[in-house]
Design a protein around this ligand. Structure first.
Ligand code: 5GP
Length: 173
């Protein structure tokens, strides 16, 4: 298997995740019922590091999304592959996503969650690729803006591989 070129090192990721956790802790101070929703599968490593940097009472509920598309291009046709096991009505929800690319998956999810009447919904995404944005998605907490390259590692895959890479890397052509 090819060794991806480092785009964001372990140290860079760790430092930014700590900052995001501190910011979230400050913003939700006083909230005693935060529901953190990592989006499977890509955000599982990011979310596991992030929640350890959030000094608040919180619960974790996973949600699986699959976006259909040709190759690496999202079509906007999104399926929920695993749903929350707890109601979100009246709860403060923090979605934790790996990357907002076209934005189509997040648009679908935000519209879907709104019908369930949470108290508030915010989005924390590790990465954003603005060059490919098709719909504007408000990202409340953003780790890094990156150029238009297909990235792997730290939970993100290529054909289900590379999720265990401890850094964010680019597969060289
Ligand atoms: P969107 O609907 O915003 O186009 O797509 C979001 C999803 O596509 C992400 O959650 C992620 O699973 C996948 N994705 C988008 N860009 C990349 C990338 O550069 N690398 C990987 N591994 N997945 C990506």
């Amino acid at each position: 298997m090819k060794q991806p070129k480092v785009m964001l090192s372990i140290e860079t990721l760790q430092a930014r995740v700590r900052e995001l956790g501190e910011e979230i802790t400050r913003d939700y101070a006083g909230a005693d019922d935060l529901m953190v929703v990592p989006i499977l599968k890509g955000s599982f490593l990011f979310a596991s590091d992030l929640i350890r940097c959030i000094d608040l009472d919180l619960s974790v509920e996973f949600l699986g999304l699959r976006s259909y598309g040709a190759g690496t291009e999202s079509s906007g046709v999104v399926q929920i592959t695993y749903d929350l096991t707890q109601p979100v009505t009246g709860r403060d929800v923090l979605i934790v996503e790996d990357i907002v690319d076209t934005g189509l998956s997040m648009r679908y999810l935000l519209e879907n969650l709104a019908t369930r009447h949470p108290r508030s919904v915010k989005l924390c995404s590790l990465l954003h690729k603005p060059a490919r944005s098709r719909v504007k998605i408000p990202i409340d907490y953003l780790g890094f803006t990156i150029e238009d390259r297909f990235v792997v590692g730290y939970g993100l895959d290529y054909a289900e591989k590379y999720r265990n890479l401890p850094y964010i890397g680019v597969l060289e052509e």
